[in-house]
Design a protein around this ligand. Sequence first.
Ligand SMILES: O=C(CO)[C@H](O)[C@H](O)COP(=O)(O)O
Length: 224
Amino acid sequence: MENLKKMVGVKAAEFVKDGMIVGLGTGSTAAFFVEELGRRVAEESLQIVGVTTSNVTSAQARELGIPLKSIDEVDFVDVTVDGADEIDAQLNGIKGGGAALLMEKIVATYSRDYIWIVDASKMSETLGTFKVPVEVVPYGAGQVFRKFEQAGYAPTWRENADGSRLLTDMQHYIIDLHIDKITEPEKLARKLDLTVGVVEHGLFNNMVKKVIVGGADGVDILTK
Ligand SMILES: O=C(CO)[C@H](O)[C@H](O)COP(=O)(O)O
């Protein structure tokens, strides 16, 4: 599995050229992409500026010597490469397994090209195998949780290893929704968008342009 993640991370780095502003995703797969960019910065004098999607990725990029800017310091991002938790046949996806969905969605929104890198186990016909993370402001979060219970979404709080409630980099909570088959991801996204207290959710519908999938037979590139 680690080999597959590395393979797609290195492949995605081929889309990064000198002078680009690059969105740096979050997670174990995106970390291989960032690592490869760091190698090229050090060994090949690759000139790029990174815009990161989490504190963890910022720390990794700094360690590797990749120059960084915030999303507000750039006009746009040339290309963002990120992982995903589940992708359906139409290339809609669920993200946020690493609790970075808000920053990830903001950076993706201002990116001219947006690429996901995954191993083949993340691909499915219909979304729903993975939980849908929803980022909520702490004030009134219990009310939002109850609303999700009443809607039949079987919500759970995202917690740290010690059982305390996880706070995102943006100081919000995550409520995970367990919905079996999400046949209409756009309808669900609209409902979540309209829920007061919800900052963002992990449904990334119609956003990605390319998916690089690593499997036993090598790398496959799916485009939209
Ligand atoms: O959305 C994310 C973080 O919020 C990650 O991209 C997603 O969870 C995939 O991570 P990994 O590559 O470790 O499986």
